[in-house]
Design a binder for this molecule. Structure first.
Ligand code: ACO
Length: 272
């Protein structure tokens, strides 16, 4: 794999879009390789948290205009649909439902189609110095793929419309203000802060974390009545599937052992 790369470190899989000379623009080959890599990492014990970032000075300059637009313009409708489906398989379907926690670490340029995987990650941290933009309007298209849909799930309509209609750039701090990312830190601290957040996630019970992600995503689209019933069942499923029996252990350590306060931290896990 040459257009994506992964480095493992203390439970974190640092996954980079890796075409730095092209500002990590997303090519069809990159989409193929990312789908394959994410599939492998699902069962790789070295990956407890997946961090998505970009090699060099860019997160990603969005879809590769040459490869994803000019080249596929000439393809048949079926082939065109195939390459877009391939991209969706990692950029949103794959990331939205990934069984392990995901963090987008936005280190630099982040345009157009790159906002989809950014939003689809569970959490996102940007460098203050990163440059974002919904640049589609600047070259005569709408933010398609699923970019409009993605940003509508995290940004206010006013902010999203402003970015969609002006194509103006904004930095990491502004991205945090608009809730496109959770927070923004100076670039020099970006990796350390991301590592710290990943460690917090790794201290939690992974079975419950997986259920909590799914519970949030699905219940957000349900009525209150449906959500109440679904979440009741989801909670039971999570307890049933949990090899750590975390719920019982958590209660035991708080109520009987009095060794921790759930309001202030996580129960002591045997491993993890
Ligand atoms: N698609 C294809 N090639 C790209 C893309 C892209 N999205 N972004 C950068 N490249 C290529 C450039 O064509 C250039 O190739 P070359 O070396 O063969 O000439 C190389 O990457 C380096 O890019 P430069 O433009 O020279 O780098 P610079 O630092 O001057 O500018 C910037 C960086 C601002 C990111 C600029 O490359 C740019 O505007 N890229 C396009 C951003 C964009 O609008 N993306 C599409 C969003 S819409 C969508 O994703 C659906």
């Amino acid at each position: 794999m040459n257009t994506v790369k992964v480095d493992f470190e203390d439970g974190i899989a640092w996954v980079s879009m890796n075409r730095p000379e092209k500002k990590n623009a997303i090519s069809v080959e990159m989409a193929h390789q990312m789908v394959k890599l994410m599939d492998q990492l699902e069962t790789d014990e070295r990956c407890h948290v997946l961090v998505l970032t970009g090699a060099g000075e860019s997160f990603s300059a969005g879809m590769d205009l040459k490869d994803y637009f000019r080249a596929t313009d000439k393809a048949s409708a079926v082939e065109r649909a195939r390459v877009y489906r391939l991209n969706g398989a990692w950029q949103w379907r794959g990331l939205l439902h990934y069984p392990k926690p995901t963090i987008a670490m936005v280190n630099g340029w982040c345009f157009g189609g790159a906002l989809t995987p950014l939003v689809a990650c569970d959490l996102a941290i940007a460098a203050d110095e990163a440059t974002f933009g919904l640049s589609e309007i600047n070259w005569g298209i709408i933010p398609a793929g699923v970019v409009c849909k993605a940003i509508s799930t995290v940004m206010s309509a006013r902010d999203a419309m402003y970015c969609v209609m002006t194509g103006e750039t904004f930095d990491g701090r502004r991205a945090a203000e608009m809730r496109l990312v959770n927070e923004s830190v100076p670039r020099a601290k970006l990796r350390a802060r991301t590592q710290e957040l990943a460690k917090t996630l790794m201290s939690k019970n992974p079975t419950v974390l997986r259920a909590a992600k799914t519970a949030f995503r699905y219940s957000a689209r349900m009525s209150w009545e449906e959500a109440a019933d679904y979440l009741f069942a989801k909670s039971d499923q999570s307890i049933f599937q949990d090899p750590e029996r975390g719920r019982e252990e958590g209660m035991r350590q708080f109520l009987d052992e009095k060794s921790y306060k759930p309001g202030l931290g996580t129960y002591k896990r045997k491993k993890g």
